[in-house]
Design a protein around this ligand. Sequence first.
Ligand code: SF4
Ligand code: SF4
Length: 195
Amino acid sequence: MEEFSQSQAKSKNAAEELQKRSHVEAAKCYQCGKCSGGCPVADYMDIMPRQVMRLVQLGLVEEALKSKAIWLCAGCSTCSVRCPKGVDIAHEMETLRIMAKERGYIPEKDIDKFHNIYIGLMKGFGRMYEPGLIVGRNVTTGHLLKDFSYGIPYLVKRKLNLLPYRPKQKDDIKRIFETAEQLMQQDLAEFREGR
Ligand code: SF4
Ligand code: SF4
């Protein structure tokens, strides 16, 4: 019984934290399923985006945090655009990923590595540098030749640059990331102070 109460308290705490950090109004979701219907990776998820939102509504955020779905989400925002209630599901998924990572719930380790490399490249160049992403992912995950053949036609047709883009506005890019980080830390601090 005590264990159940502790688990309930943990979930309640996580639900409050999620609300404070994502600012997404999960209560608006009326479970129509349009988000799941349009999600390009729904077939591979353990629970559908609609079900993630239902768990959040029920305060069962710990369950959502431990799902694989939040890691498979590609952040494409199709769900957010399709939602008739204007619920920003993509942002909710991203916030859940951040919280899951902070708690050490990382069931898809390769995706986490991919995500880290992606963010690092965006910080460095301000836009994606695909060869760097592929090489970085393959080296860190130990699958050295994975998907290399897919890149060759793009290189031949000059759709991929071998060298990264060199942004002129490096300071602006740095400022964007710093501001985003500050806002995230501010939300987290406000949540902790309000407890
Ligand atoms: S599309 Fe919006 S309202 Fe419909 S299930 Fe998804 S989050 Fe809920
Ligand atoms: S943002 Fe994620 S959950 Fe939403 S449609 Fe894209 S992949 Fe699916």
